[in-house]
Design a protein around this ligand. Structure first.
Ligand code: NAD
Length: 255
């Protein structure tokens, strides 16, 4: 078998309609996994599913709001009933805003937490019995370099949720290792996707961003998808509870 082959795997990828999640869904399908694409963006789901199927892969579009646990439970059940197993969960979907702390309303804060933190919890909880029944699996959760730096521009709710993702990963990695389930976190640096175009966070001064990165460029979604593929492949079989920083060397000198 090829080193990163995913034949026989069934993956749930949240946030699969856009950006990094979309690239992960396509990468997994290319490597032979059946991919359930979870997102609230119906149009984006239709196009990623069509792209995967045109390339000869298998994809199931599932439109849902990840901040609603009953929708998450039903979606995970649908995946298991459709494919007969579940072996990979990628918690990638997230919201962001760029308001300073003093302008952040209760509603703003809860909105980010409901998707970025509660949504990850709902997916972990709903996936666990199916991963167990499938003989084990692999989980990758998306944090951010924001969890390392505190971030000058992403909102406090975003930073809090991304820090929490690391702790949640370690929590389940320890508890579920006995079930043959591995869980790891990836912390991307700035990556060119629609999320970076939102509001004031627009990548306005690309040259300034890139000057601060030793490798001299911001990331592309494929730079993250490759690391996630490694984390779900058998090549990383002795890794669990770890946090991988993928940022072109940006934080190696401190912040
Ligand atoms: N792009 C970056 O610079 C960057 C940097 C560090 C970390 N990350 C992390 O990488 C992950 C992917 O980010 P991206 O840049 O690809 O973002 P993106 O905006 O391109 O994609 C996020 C997807 O999540 C979906 N989504 C959001 N809330 C949802 C909800 N409640 N229910 C269902 N779907 C929902 C959106 O519809 C969208 O398709 C996120 O966890 C993000 O925090 C991104």
């Amino acid at each position: 078998m090829k080193p990163f082959a995913l034949e026989g795997d069934v993956a749930v990828v949240t946030g699969a309609a856009s950006g990094i999640g979309r690239e992960i869904a396509k990468t997994f399908a290319r490597e032979g996994a059946a991919v359930a694409c979870f997102d609230k963006n119906v149009q984006g789901l239709a196009s990623v599913t069509a792209e995967i199927e045109t390339a000869g892969g298998r994809a199931l579009p599932v439109a849902l709001d990840l901040s609603d646990s009953s929708q998450v439970n039903a979606a995970m059940q649908q995946v298991f009933e459709t494919f007969g197993k579940l072996t990979i969960l990628i918690n990638c979907a997230a919201l962001i805003n760029y308001k300073p702390v003093q302008d952040t309303t209760d509603e703003d804060f809860h909105r980010l937490i409901d998707t970025n933190l509660c949504g990850y919890f709902y997916c972990l909880r709903a996936a666990y019995p199916y991963l167990k029944q499938s003989g084990g699996g692999r989980i990758v959760q998306f944090s951010s370099s924001t969890a390392l730096s505190g971030s000058g521009f992403a909102n406090i709710g975003y930073t809090a949720s991304k820090s929490a993702a690391i702790g949640m990963t370690k929590h389940v990695a320890g508890l579920w290792a006995k079930d043959n389930i591995r869980a790891n976190t990836i912390c991307p640096g700035l990556t060119e996707t629609p999320i970076t175009d939102a509001g004031d966070g627009k990548v306005k001064d690309r040259a300034a961003h890139e000057a601060a990165i030793p490798m001299g460029r911001i990331a592309q979604p494929g730079d993250m998808a490759g690391v996630v593929l490694f984390l779900v492949s058998d090549e990383s079989r002795y890794m669990t509870g770890t946090t991988l920083h993928v940022n072109g060397g940006k934080y190696m000198y401190g912040i």
